[in-house]
Design a protein around this ligand. Structure first.
Ligand SMILES: [Zn+2]
Ligand SMILES: [Zn+2]
Length: 135
């Protein structure tokens, strides 16, 4: 599957060639910062199939954490595009809202990090839920 996406201002664009290994919504506290308060809606793909095709993201890792997530976002408009958790080597996590067609991979299939879910977060009826990550 080949899709493209980019940030709100268009300065940074990426292309993905691969199948999703995970398609879900993450309720973790970190995602609440990145999304603005809601769960983040994400698809995980092998990072070998992901490349930037226009511009380059600013890359940020918290210096006060032992194993920080790498966060890639547009330095101009601030849109978060891709994250790379150290616990998932070789995986790039794409923010679905940055795809040209956010529906390209279909609807999220599971809710993860329910341990951090806020009372105002919505989980669709029948969606699989996990306290943290599956398995
Ligand atoms: Zn931008
Ligand atoms: Zn999260």
């Amino acid at each position: 599957m080949k899709v493209e996406g980019g940030c709100y201002c268009g300065a940074v664009r990426y292309a993905v060639d691969g199948e999703p290994m995970f398609n879900g919504q993450c309720h973790c506290r970190e995602c609440q910062y990145i999304s603005g308060g809601s769960p983040n809606v994400l698809v995980a793909v092998a990072e070998t199939g992901v490349k930037y095709i226009k511009g380059a993201p600013k890359v940020f890792k918290r210096g006060d954490l032992a194993n920080p997530v790498t966060r890639e976002f547009c330095a101009e408009c601030g849109t978060h595009l891709i994250s790379r958790p150290p616990s998932m080597a070789g995986v790039a996590i794409i923010k679905l809202g940055t795809l040209d067609d956010p529906n390209a991979f279909g609807s999220p299939r599971m809710a993860v990090y329910m341990v951090d879910k806020q009372p105002f977060h919505q989980v669709p009826e029948g969606m699989a839920t996990f306290e943290r990550l599956p398995g």
